[in-house]
Design a protein around this ligand. Structure first.
Ligand code: F6R
Length: 241
């Protein structure tokens, strides 16, 4: 596991963006695994900047997002589909049919999950961006005695709903379920970039990266992957000596 601790958020964002843009330059038809939440916003801003400055084209790139809320339409501004459009897709030249997010409105979620996994099998992810939940979740794979390998529907833990309530008008509006790529699918990516910032994540960063590998801390399974690049700001890395 390679780890870099940055003095500033801007440095972390720029480094992560360069990793993704670097892959696209090397392999114009790269498959990118993408995440939502607060952490990637600055990274996406920087990717957009690099795309515009350096003329890096995303026209042959394919993307797969980790997760989506169940029951929220893609044009709802709380959906992850909307978030991705707002922060990345509407600013780069990627064709819409090369963008994939799990469909949280699918009438048959099992069918949707299997179809998503089939697409991931056909186009394996070259580089996967991950954030880290306070409870150690990656994607929406919440701590549990068992973890699912493939894409599946998950009931969100109250702590996750509370953490995400900041994006909604009230707690009642925060969805109870999400559809997420499984840990097995995430671990199939060739390279994984785990980006974490903030003092409130310092403890879980230490547990996930240096503690025992356990389904109670889903991110600890990243320790089993051959190529994980961990990008932290000083606060998130402060408990690692
Ligand atoms: C988002 C996702 C989540 C977040 C995690 C951290 O697609 O899968 O695992 O990465 O909850 O979120 P932030 O960055 O908002 O702290």
């Amino acid at each position: 596991m390679e780890m870099i601790i940055f003095d500033t958020q801007q440095e972390l964002d720029a480094y992560a963006a360069e990793l993704f843009v670097g892959i696209v330059k090397e392999k114009p038809d790269a498959v990118l695994g993408l995440a939502t939440g607060s952490t990637p916003i600055g990274i996406y801003d920087k990717i957009v900047e690099l795309h515009k400055q350096n003329n890096v084209s995303f026209k042959d790139v394919t993307t797969f997002n980790l997760d989506e809320y169940v029951g929220i339409k893609p044009d709802n501004d709380q959906s992850y589909a909307y978030y991705m459009k707002q922060h990345l897709f509407s600013h780069i030249d990627i064709p819409e049919n090369q963008i994939h997010l799990p469909n949280g409105m699918a009438s048959d979620v099992e069918l949707e999950s299997n179809a998503y996994d089939a697409m991931l099998e056909a186009r394996p992810v070259d580089i996967q961006l991950l954030g880290l939940g306070h409870n150690g979740h990656i994607g929406f794979n919440e701590p549990d005695v068992n973890l699912s390998g493939g894409t599946h529907v998950v009931k969100l833990k109250e702590e996750t709903r509370e953490a995400n309530a900041r994006f909604f008008d009230s707690m009642d509006e925060v969805p109870e379920y999400a559809i997420t790529m499984g840990v097995g699918s995430i671990l199939k990516a060739n390279t994984i970039v785990l980006a974490v910032r903030g003092a409130d994540k310092a403890e879980i960063v230490k547990e996930a990266l240096t503690g025992p590998i356990t389904t109670n801390v889903p991110a600890s399974l990243l320790q089993t992957h051959a190529r994980v690049i961990v990008l932290l700001d000083r606060e998130a890395g402060r408990m690692l000596s």
